[in-house]
Design a protein around this ligand. Structure first.
Ligand SMILES: *Cc1c(COP(=O)(O)O)cnc(C)c1O
Length: 857
């Protein structure tokens, strides 16, 4: 058998050659050496691998510069409507390879190879090999040196990153605005089966993709008090923190567009705390600059959970206040906005600016824009409110009550006193309207208020967002229906036209071309490469469902990916992996609602069955679970410990052998999708707003076992329900069970295999050194499980039996895979963004290229 191709070799094969022939290797080489010398200040004798990574990154980055400047000039000249995507998270991952894919640069390097010589004797085959000769380097090794930009927790942050790629690829004048956290999501270590967090010092060696713009620094005010004067309202005696912008280029896919992601970093002003200094005060004042600069220090590591800390509220206001100054400055400086009329009143802002709020995290944009319009620009309240509502739109990401932001009024009063006044006034007018619509309905007023009364008065940020936006969207069809029927029903009743759906998507550039070049090529061989920017074209693959050669090619790519991953796992975890086993994968944040515990019960059930009938021909499985637990989420951390403990028993049982392995994948950040056969999407129906991990797996040729939740519903619709493994309660079933009262014990008493598994967990079978280690988990599952794991146990196990049976028939399995890939088109974030643009932002996407600049000279 021939050696499997490396990813690098596979990418070379991709027929999408883009700019190949225009770029040339000698230029790339020259620039690489120039950066090594002038930027890194190293010669080949002392350069480290990291130096070579930075030299390569800078060489590739140079190709963005001309396009970036030209794109921004183009926007100034054309003055299109701008869209601002405000998010506390941008989970970007690595940038080098993505840039090369979008600029078609990898191929350019590869094409030009034959002419290049390293020493004058050897004719090099490729640029990368050229770098490698005598250095022991290859491209993948260099790419591995890049730190992830982990400025997000999970799906919400990764969605923002996919949207940036799609907005640039669709030629939209778009900006991502967020915070440049000095520390992103923590690095996860597993020590004796427990999660341990390490600080993510991702900027330690510098970030070649960002450009600081100190000339655009902006002040952000906190604390102080409000003065009502005849000239208007003044917010005075505030503390000022400066917001220093760092720009990162966002290249579109081969269209010469480069948009900007602008992330703010907190900087203390020069005179911070120096007002009345004395001899001892000066040193202390300089040391105290940290206090101000802590605002952008660290990402809060919670996914789907609200933690009402003052520092987090500061972060939320910081990004909003700095961004709105930027938006208004750009509006006023635009050709369109710089007329005297507009300068005076800003009433055309909604025609030129759309602001999209990624969840309620940047909700303060609403009162902050009101403050600017009313207090600074001196517009009337009514006029200002009209502008705000027509400019802002809000995306809801969850219905879990513990995730909804409800800030204590006291915190606001102290930190943002003027914003509190504005929110009260918004609420007064809002409730006045509701009271007119529903005379005497006091309970409705209470339910719809922006202010929740009670022990601690709280501001309901979702209510603020709905009232202050012209569009409110959920992120999958089922989720958008649920918010209209439940959490936001009262708001839907009064403003039904506001409520929309925008089913999430993922970018096929990163999540197929970049991470799975082998599959991308096999597809391109059949239907050409246009599908990369028009994913609906994957439908054309239906013609090949019964084509033996195509079936063989798809299965072969999957097998190669699995082999490579198995080798990596054996290296890393010292576990012997059977590459012919089914790779059964659940990677996502660890959360009760995502039900990793249901997966655990299946593993234990399989284990017990193998032990009971060791000679039966079991379909071998390698079950991989990965994901981070929020550091303060005790139950999630216990779930990790349970998974690793089950692995310790199962993986070391000689009776089981290589028919069942359980692996916890440490520090899940980036792609894993390409290696999986089976994707686990098993949340309780009604709890996962959309999911995007499910889409990544589908696009990469894994089959889904899942509940009718989030985007799974639409995946089944697109691929045909017969091509997914759907099981368990639907939303109405869950509601009915809630009504009746969920009684976990009844399932435990009725289902012997469930009872056996639970008894093993509670009896210390998986924790021989501490029998009661999992007593809290067991108690939760038996007595207060909000997510009804036992109620879906039987259906899940039966469904997994069907999965195992099908896996024994590789051809039928692969046919089902092809149906899934062919049905994937809807889940491109290009489709999602096109809908946002047309239905919320009033913008029209375009696949046109703009003129390419002459890059490097
Ligand atoms: C896509 C992605 C997620 C979201 O996965 P879900 O299964 O939808 O929860 C989380 N983390 C990372 C690193 C991702 O890339």
């Amino acid at each position: 058998m021939s050696k499997p191709l490396t990813d690098q070799e596979k990418r070379k094969q991709i027929s999408v050659r883009g700019l190949a022939g225009v770029e040339n290797v000698s230029d790339l080489k020259t620039n690489f050496n120039r950066h090594l010398h002038f930027t890194l200040v190293k010669d080949r004798n002392v350069a480290t691998k990291r130096d070579y990574y930075f030299a390569l990154a800078n060489t590739v980055r140079d190709h963005l510069v001309g396009r970036w400047i030209r794109t921004q000039q183009h926007y100034y000249e054309k003055d299109p409507k701008r869209v601002y995507y405000l998010s506390l998270e941008f989970y970007m991952g690595r940038t080098l390879q993505n840039t090369m894919v979008n600029l078609a640069l990898e191929n350019a390097c590869d094409e030009a190879t034959y002419q290049v010589k390293q020493t004058g004797q050897v004719r090099m085959k490729t640029f990368t090999q050229c770098l490698g000769v005598g250095l022991g380097l290859d491209m993948e090794e260099l790419q591995d040196i890049e730190e992830d930009a982990g400025l997000g927790n999970g799906g919400l942050g990764r969605l923002a990153a996919c949207f940036l790629d799609s907005m640039a690829s669709l030629g939209l004048a778009a900006y991502g605005y967020g915070i440049r956290y000095e520390f992103g999501i923590f690095n996860q270590k597993i020590v004796s089966g427990w999660q341990v967090e390490e600080a993510d010092d991702w900027l330690r060696y510098g970030n070649p993709w960002e450009k600081a713009r100190p000339e655009y620094m902006r002040p952000v005010h906190f604390y102080g008090r409000v003065e009502h004067t005849p000239e208007g309202v003044k917010w005075v005696d505030t503390q000022v923190v400066l917001a220093l912008p760092y720009d990162t280029p966002v290249p579109g896919y081969r269209n010469n567009i480069v948009n900007t992601m602008r992330l703010w970093s907190a900087k203390a002003p020069c005179d911070f705390n120096l007002k009345d200094f004395n001899v001892g005060g000066y040193i202390q004042a300089v040391l105290d600059r940290n206090l101000a600069e802590n605002i952008s220090r660290v990402l809060y590591p919670n996914d789907n959970f609200f933690e009402g800390k003052e520092l987090r509220l500061k972060q939320e206001y910081f990004v909003v206040a700095a961004t709105l100054q930027d938006i208004i400055r750009r509006f006023k400086a635009s050709k369109f906005g710089s007329t005297e009329y507009v300068r005076l009143d800003l009433s055309t802002l909604p025609d030129k600016v759309a602001i999209q709020l990624n969840d309620t995290h940047p909700a303060l944009a609403i009162p902050e824009l009101m403050r600017i319009l009313v207090d600074v620009e001196k517009l009337t309240w009514e006029k200002s409110w009209d502008i705000v509502v027509r400019t802002c739109a809000y995306t809801n990401h969850t219905v879990l009550p513990e995730a909804l932001e409800r800030w204590p009024v006291d915190l606001f009063q102290n930190l943002l006193p003027r914003h509190l006044e504005i929110i009260y006034e918004i609420n007064r007018r809002h409730l006045e309207r509701i009271a007119k619509l529903y005379p005497g309905d006091h309970d409705r007023l209470r339910r719809m208020s922006l202010i929740e009364e009670g022990n601690v008065k709280k501001i309901n940020m979702a209510h603020l967002c709905i009232v202050g936006s012209h569009a409110v969207n959920g992120v999958a069809r089922i989720h958008s229906e649920i918010i209209k029927d439940t959490v936001f029903k009262d708001f839907y009743d009064v403003d039904p036209q506001k409520f929309q759906n925008k089913t999430n998507g993922i970018t096929p550039r990163r999540w197929l071309v970049m991470c799975n070049p082998g599959l991308a090529e096999v597809i391109a061989e059949r239907i050409g490469e246009d599908y990369i920017r028009d994913l609906d074209q994957l439908k054309k693959l239906l013609k090949f469902v019964n084509d033996d050669a195509f079936i063989r090619d798809v299965a072969k790519v999957k097998q190669e990916n699995k082999m490579k991953f198995a080798a990596h796992l054996e290296d890393h975890y010292k576990v012997k992996i059977n590459p012919n086993s089914m790779f059964d994968v659940q990677v996502k944040r660890i959360h009760e609602y995502k039900r990793q515990l249901l997966n655990c019960l299946h593993i234990i059930t399989l284990y017990n069955r193998i032990k009971r009938e060791p000679n039966k021909s079991w379909t071998p499985r390698t079950i991989m679970i990965g994901g981070k637990a929020a550091p303060g989420y005790h139950t999630a951390k216990m779930i990790i410990k349970l998974i690793t403990s089950i692995g310790d028993i199962v993986n070391n049982d000689p009776v089981v052998g290589d028919r069942l392995k359980v692996i916890f994948l440490e520090n899940y950040r980036v792609t894993l999708a390409e290696k999986a056969d089976l994707s686990e999407q098993i949340s309780t129906a009604g709890t996962e707003a959309s999911g995007t991990g499910n889409m990544k797996f589908m696009l990469n040729g894994a089959l889904t076992i899942g509940t009718m939740d989030g985007a799974n519903v639409e995946m089944a619709e697109e691929a045909g329900e017969e091509n997914l493994f759907i099981f368990g309660m639907r939303v109405p079933d869950v509601e009915a069970l809630d009504k009746k009262g969920y009684d976990a014990m009844s399932y435990y008493n009725r289902i012997p295999e469930l009872k056996q598994a639970m008894d093993q967990i509670s009896g210390g079978f998986f924790s021989p050194n501490q029998h009661d280690l999992f007593k809290d988990l067991v108690n939760m599952l038996m007595h207060h499980d909000r997510f009804k794991v036992f109620a879906d146990y039987e259906a899940y196990i039966k469904c997994q039996e069907k999965v195992s049976a099908l896996y024994k028939n590789p051809k039928e399995w692969t046919k089902m895979v092809i149906h899934n890939i062919a049905g994937c088109g809807k889940f491109s974030s290009d489709r999602t963004i096109t809908q946002y643009a047309r239905e919320i932002w009033g913008m029209e996407p375009s696949l046109e290229k703009i003129a390419a600049p002459d890059d490097i000279h």
